[in-house]
Design a protein around this ligand. Structure first.
Ligand code: KIV
Ligand code: ZN
Length: 524
């Protein structure tokens, strides 16, 4: 049996569906390009039938990504599969992933059908998907709680119908590692045509066992792991990509398994996903947490000084964490910034050197020394989409003291239009947000708002991250500035510009007479 395990990343589907606010097409594309650089074999990038926005992002990614197979999800119904085929048809290589529940609880309570009907639906869905591509994956949702006889029967029928990847999800994260490994062993022993498909696993983390279960499965013969960056996903999340990839690299002596992952891209991809998805990584998270390579106790520090392998089983560099600190100041030239970005692993096409350099100079003037983290923070800031028809802050002034209220004045520009407003509030951010709300005339609510330090040191950049709800949908925004009030204003404008794009999509959809299906799509 081949000892390469395919990595199927579902950050942009299972991960994205669990976020408070959906990502824009541009944000999803940024993540997809990072996943391609990371070397994932397959990336599942959305559920095209669910909304025009999802359809558009799947199509955009399918057009752009060349080195990974792009995949879309569909229920086992023709409309969903057709939407996948329509969105993915532009890709060089694409996969249609279709699924239906197989456990008694799902079949009886959720689908309210007989198992044999569900089996027939799966067979016709796979046959229909095969009309568009030779690469069809079928998932038995809630396989972990499916009676083994039914699971074997479903897997055999789906392979016979033409599925060449069969995914066995532990949808509710219920199984134990030896139990889940046993399910995979059983399938290999009992399904007569199993050699005609790759067996995949998709484990959720409700009991904190998603990684252990995935490793037990590949040990039993599965050759594809479905996972997400930083383990984001429904509820307690999915199996974390960085953890399974490093386990297979480091414990190749026992497992004898490899992946195609470029391990030194791990840290950067993790930071990008955390930033764009507004999902901080817990500091003690394996591989990518801020403390994963820091040593606190005196005994450990002493051991580390004598030999790093006393307390480190892998080097930070092996996952792309660079310890080099170059002294970057306002006297550093463009070529130094370009050189440092290349050392950090960025290609020239990943950023606009002039924009980055101007932001770097402004920051260096304010804080003296600029570190690698600061440079990356500036890069994220520069990557925010800047459409001609979006709002920009031209001027803002906020006055706050120890009294009862603060005042804010704001000048916003949107194309040729300029709006000036002022307002009072119970604090500087409240006053600023009231003034912006008056200026843009959109009826939104700020549902979540956080300030944090990005970059290095006390004088690193302040990041404001927020979630704004508008007409029942959530929009995420972030701003990075040395001044947190400034950052708060930029974060709100970022979210408002996403609302404006959603308004635009809704208008286009109305003109085209397309109905939103997101509310109708249930059961994942
Ligand atoms: O958790 C799950 O079962 C899923 C399927 C759609 C693969 O996400
Ligand atoms: Zn899932």
């Amino acid at each position: 049996m081949d000892n390469t395990v395919k990595i199927f990343d579902t950050t942009l589907r299972d991960g994205e569906q669990a976020l408070m606010s959906s990502l824009s097409v541009h944000e999803k594309l940024q993540i997809a390009l990072a996943l391609e650089r990371l070397g994932v074999d397959i990336m599942e990038v959305g559920f095209p039938v669910s909304s025009p926005g999802d359809f558009e992002s799947v199509q955009t990614i399918a057009k752009t990504v060349k080195n990974s197979i792009v995949c879309g999800l569909s229920r086992a119904v023709e409309g969903d599969i057709q939407a996948c085929a329509d969105a993915l048809g532009v890709a060089e290589q694409f996969r249609i992933h279709t699924f239906i529940s197989t456990s008694d609880v799902h079949v009886q309570q959720k689908l309210k059908r007989e198992f044999s009907d569900v089996e027939a639906m799966a067979v016709s869905a796979v046959k229909f998907a095969r009309k568009f591509t030779d690469d069809v994956e079928f998932s038995c949702e809630d396989a972990g709680r499916t009676p083994i006889d039914n699971l074997c029967r479903m897997v055999e029928s789906a392979i016979k119908a033409g599925a060449n990847t069969i995914n066995i999800p532990d949808t509710v994260g219920y199984t134990l590692p030896h139990e889940f490994g046993g399910i995979i062993t059983n399938l290999f022993e009992r399904v007569p045509n199993i050699d005609q498909a790759t067996i995949s696993v998709h484990c959720h983390n409700d009991l904190g066992l998603s990684v252990a279960n995935s490793i037990a499965a590949v040990n039993a013969g599965a050759r594809q792991i479905e996972c997400t960056i930083n383990g984001i996903g429904e509820r307690a999340g999915n199996c974390s990509l960085e953890e399974v990839a490093m386990i297979m690299k480091l414990r190749n002596d026992i497992l004898g398994l490899n992946t195609n992952i470029n391990h030194t891209e791990i840290a950067r991809t993790s930071r990008l996903v955390s930033q764009i998805c507004n999902m901080p990584v817990q500091s003690n998270k394996a591989i990518v947490g801020a403390n994963a390579f820091s040593h606190s106790s005196g005994i450990h520090q002493d051991g580390m000084l004598k030999s790093a392998n006393t307390y480190e089983i892998m080097t930070p560099e092996s996952v792309g964490i660079s310890k080099t600190k170059l002294n970057l100041t306002s006297r550093s030239g463009r070529h130094v910034i370009k050189h440092r970005m290349a050392e950090l692993g960025y290609k020239e096409t990943d950023f606009d050197l002039e924009d980055l350099y101007q932001d770097f100079l402004a920051l260096a003037d304010k804080k003296g020394q600029v570190f690698d983290d600061d440079l990356e923070a500036l890069l994220f800031k520069n990557q925010q989409q800047d459409d001609a028809d979006s709002y920009k802050i031209e001027y803002m002034n906020v006055i706050a003291g120890s009294g009862d209220f603060a005042t804010a004045s704001i000048k916003l520009a949107c194309g040729d239009e300029v709006k000036i407003e002022s307002a009072t509030g119970n604090g500087p951010v409240d006053a600023l947000y009231c003034a912006i709300k008056k200026a843009v005339d959109i009826d939104f609510e700020v549902a979540d708002y956080k300030i944090s330090n990005k970059g290095s040191g006390e004088d690193g950049l302040g990041q404001a991250a927020l979630v704004v709800s508008w007409q029942g949908r959530n929009f995420h925004g972030y701003g990075l500035e040395t001044d947190v009030i400034d950052a708060s204003g930029q974060a709100l404008i970022h979210a408002i510009n996403s609302i404006m794009r959603a308004q635009q999509v809704a208008r286009l959809k109305e003109q085209a007479g397309i109905e939103t299906q997101k509310e109708k799509v249930q059961g994942i």
